[in-house]
Design a protein around this ligand. Structure first.
Ligand code: FEC
Length: 317
């Protein structure tokens, strides 16, 4: 069993911010002003842990697939560990905008003799501006190979019961810390996308709302809101409401406490540590709102079990 696990990627060092940003902008170098602004955001959080978390997810997913794939015999008669029915699992990491890139991962898979694999993006929701672009990168890497790799795609998993339970568990920890959970506002966030994608029929906002609705239902929340964060620094309109705007509205409506959960990203990174923990937290403080954020899934076992289920269900038999 072979897996290509993909995530956004982040620079490893300050001097890598410029080429990384240039890649996000499809080869157009950012202006000095934009570069300075992004570098300052990285500086403010110290370092994005995204690459390390993605690697940890891959290592744990590989271990779980290898541990649980074989039907363990009741008594050990044969060799140990028993052979997995599909051969040992190998999980490769490819990042959308840095190294190892998706192209590098696909080339390594081919070199290792992989001809069939499951492709999965860690982010749970499909978007023309996320999963579709990861897919384009895989397809273009395949064009450079002498023989194809047959990829089976997991395109989204916004309603997976294990994902909902994992998010609900972490939001419940926040509920315990609220002074008045019955009167708090519950806000689920995801990365914004340009409105032009939504106008083309992107299922992204519907899928984000589905995840939010299922977590809210599981925890019997009195009410909940969906907000978008981290809109790009481009002139086009982006999907809203923006989290900072929503906080203002919530304060005007009389809320004093807000529980925030980023459901669009499984891992901690720049957009969680800067946009939520620094920027949204500063907006909340200014408004006199108490904001608590649910911790991320990262490489925790309950989340890796979700990835394991998705990969096993997708693996062609
Ligand atoms: O920790 C890190 O260093 C990486 C954090 C990071 C994640 C992430 C996830 C998503 N993005 C999505 C859409 C867009 C679109 C554009 C865009 C631009 C940026 C920039 C940075 C950045 N994104 Fe991102 N994104 C992260 C970081 N993103 C940095 C460039 C500076 C800025 O505008 O803030 C606009 C690009 C363009 O002009 O074409 C669109 C979506 C996700 C969630 C899915 C996923 O994880 O792939 C959607 C993490």
């Amino acid at each position: 069993m072979n897996v290509l696990l993909m995530a956004y990627g982040t620079p490893y060092a300050p001097e890598e911010v410029e080429p990384y940003y240039t890649d996000i902008r499809r080869g157009r170098r950012p202006s000095e002003e934009l570069l300075k602004e992004l570098s300052e955001r990285y500086e403010a959080i110290g370092k994005s842990p995204l690459n390390e978390i993605t690697l940890a997810q891959a290592v744990r997913l590989q271990a779980l697939l290898n541990l649980e794939a074989p039907p363990y015999p009741k008594r050990l008669l044969g060799p140990f560990p028993p052979r997995a029915p599909h051969g040992p699992a190998r999980v490769y990491v490819g990042t959308k905008h840095w190294h190892p890139s998706i192209g590098e991962a696909v080339a390594a898979m081919h070199e290792d003799g992989v001809r069939r694999a499951v492709a999965i993006v860690a982010a749970p929701h499909y978007s023309l501006r996320s999963v579709a672009e990861y897919r384009e990168k895989v397809d273009s890497a395949l064009k450079a190979l002498p023989e194809p790799i047959d990829f089976v795609w997991v395109e989204s998993y916004e309603a997976h019961p294990g994902l909902i339970a994992a998010y609900a568990r972490r939001l419940e920890e926040v509920i315990w810390r609220l002074k008045n959970p019955g009167k708090a506002a519950y806000v689920f966030t995801a990365h914004s996308i340009p409105l032009s994608a939504v106008e083309k029929g992107d299922p992204y906002p519907r899928q984000v709302e589905k995840t939010a609705e299922l977590i809210a239902k599981r925890l019997a929340l009195p009410r909940f809101y969906v907000a978008y964060q981290s809109a790009g620094r481009t002139p086009e309109p982006w999907l809203g409401p923006d989290i900072n705007e929503l906080l203002r509205t919530l304060r005007e409506e009389g809320y004093e406490e807000v529980a925030v959960q980023a459901v669009g990203f499984p891992a901690d990174h720049l957009e969680v540590f800067y946009d939520l923990d620094l920027e949204a937290q500063a907006s909340a403080r200014e408004l006199g709102l108490r904001l608590l954020r649910a911790r991320s899934l990262n490489a925790d076992l309950d989340y890796i079990q979700v990835l394991r289920d998705l990969v096993e269900a997708a693996w062609p038999r």
